[in-house]
Design a protein around this ligand. Structure first.
Ligand SMILES: Cc1cc2nc3c(=O)[nH]c(=O)nc-3n(C[C@H](O)[C@H](O)[C@H](O)COP(=O)(O)OP(=O)(O)OC[C@H]3O[C@@H](n4cnc5c(N)ncnc54)[C@H](O)[C@@H]3O)c2cc1C
Length: 400
């Protein structure tokens, strides 16, 4: 049996491990344009700022050898001939497979105003980006970050720690996928107290350059900022070019409960998939824990052990500018749900969301995150007396 895996991120690695746990003799071939051992994207901002080195980024050192994986690094899966069970690589090589896993992750979205050929204009997604950005970094100089999501704030934290004067330009909400409005305000004021300018309700309207180098930006507010370093952190799109003409997969490839795509013997996992979600519905949940769990589920199924995907979870645990945030499930109550504020003190914000049946629908903690993990793991359950697990916490306010 030959298993072909496109990608070498957490979804790919955990699929390979699951396959190997069931099939000691099968051939596993892994393809990735990134010619390195599997590393964590989460550490890319730290690597950029010199807070960690390459070895500190690896999440599975020695993996290829330990797992008995053959590699084709420096090449990508360019197209498929599904009826022949064949993948064509960017190198021209054709590889036949019995089972194929697509775990190709995502690529940053590039806004219209950004000219990526200019020195000083960057996205922040992989090791190569971090190495390029480092060349324009100098303590005391200005940096502009366009975007207000998790990657934008991680970049802001790292550049700020490096000593740059960071301006973060946010069109609308701050980290709306992970935080509610109150926690977002806590993050904003904490970032500002560390010296980051956070500008809301504006965006970059023009990029200025001279001699092939970025010199500044103008914002829709009219403000001009001189800088040699501009980062666009404005979301991503899934790497699914190899499915062009084969499947309609705008925004993500659909998988069934066994992580199978609609193509024969082709599975998918991680940031590229639109899968069943915990609590109902289908969607893309592009976070590390889902990539790990989906990769494992896909791998077990590929190796012949039917395993049902339980559903992607919304769960985030982040520390930014010294402030911890943990959220899981919903961050705001929907109609008919109740928000219970266990605490709304400065640096200690704890909110639970329950539905009419007492089922825990969401957890939003910021600052004091003790016990948050226990509650986050119980989203979707009816944890009778959940307040009992927080003995000191009497609800401050209950909003229906
Ligand atoms: C700066 C940053 C910070 C983040 N912080 C967090 C965080 O705090 N918490 C969290 O949960 N998540 C975080 N994430 C997101 C998390 O890293 C991703 O959800 C996770 O890496 C997805 O895993 P994956 O295996 O699906 O894809 P990836 O890790 O992106 O791996 C995909 C692999 O496929 C390769 N590839 C691409 N195209 C092809 C092709 N055509 N053929 C073969 N290989 C291909 C890529 O080179 C890559 O090696 C962060 C991401 C970034 C960039």
């Amino acid at each position: 049996m030959r298993y072909l895996i496109a990608g070498n991120g957490p979804a790919a690695v955990n699929a390979a491990r699951a396959i190997r746990s069931l099939d000691a003799a099968g051939e596993i071939v892994m393809v990735s344009p990134e010619a390195n051992e599997p590393y964590s994207r989460i550490t890319v901002p730290e690597y950029m700022a010199g807070e960690t080195d390459e070895s500190g980024m690896l999440f599975a050192p020695g993996f290829y050898e330990d797992c008995g994986v053959q590699t084709r690094l420096g090449a990508s899966v360019a197209s498929l001939r599904p009826e022949e069970h064949t993948a064509v690589l960017s190198s021209g090589e054709e590889i036949k497979y019995d089972r194929l896993l697509l775990a190709t992750g995502a690529t940053p979205f590039v806004p219209d105003w950004a000219d990526m050929s200019l020195r000083g204009m960057y996205t922040l997604w992989n090791k190569a980006d971090a190495e390029q950005i480092r060349q324009s970094m100098a303590p005391g100089e200005n940096a502009v970050i366009a975007g207000a999501g998790l990657v934008a704030f991680q970049a802001a934290r790292a550049l700020n720690a490096y000593g740059m004067k960071v301006t973060l330009v946010a069109r609308r909400y701050i980290m709306s996928r992970q935080l509610d409005a109150h926690a977002a305000e806590m993050l904003k004021s904490t970032a500002e107290s560390c010296g980051v300018r956070v500008l809301l309700h504006t965006s970059v309207s023009e990029l200025h350059s001279e001699g092939g180098e970025v010199t500044g930006v103008t914002l829709t507010s009219g403000e001009r900022i001189d800088t040699r370093c501009v980062l666009a952190c404005m979301g991503t799109k899934p790497n699914l070019d190899m499915l062009t003409g084969l499947l309609d997969c705008e925004g993500g490839v659909d998988v069934d409960d066994y992580m199978r795509t609609a193509l024969p013997d082709v599975y998918a996992a991680g940031d590229i998939v639109r899968a069943k979600m915990h609590g109902g519905g289908r969607g893309v949940r592009a976070i590390w824990p889902n990539a790990v769990a989906q990769g494992r589920t896909a791998g077990l199924n590929m190796a012949g052990c039917p395993t049902i995907w339980e559903g992607s979870r919304a769960m985030n645990s982040i520390k930014l500018f010294g402030l911890s945030f943990i959220s899981a499930g919903a961050t705001d109550a929907a109609e008919g749900e109740t928000e219970t504020l266990l605490s709304a003190k400065p640096n200690d914000y704890r909110k639970l969301i329950t539905d009419g049946d007492g089922v825990l629908r969401g957890v939003m903690f910021a600052g004091a995150v003790r016990e948050a993990g226990i509650l986050a793991a119980r989203v979707g359950e009816k944890p009778g007396g959940f307040r009992g697990s927080l003995p000191e916490a009497e609800p401050d306010i209950v909003r229906e």
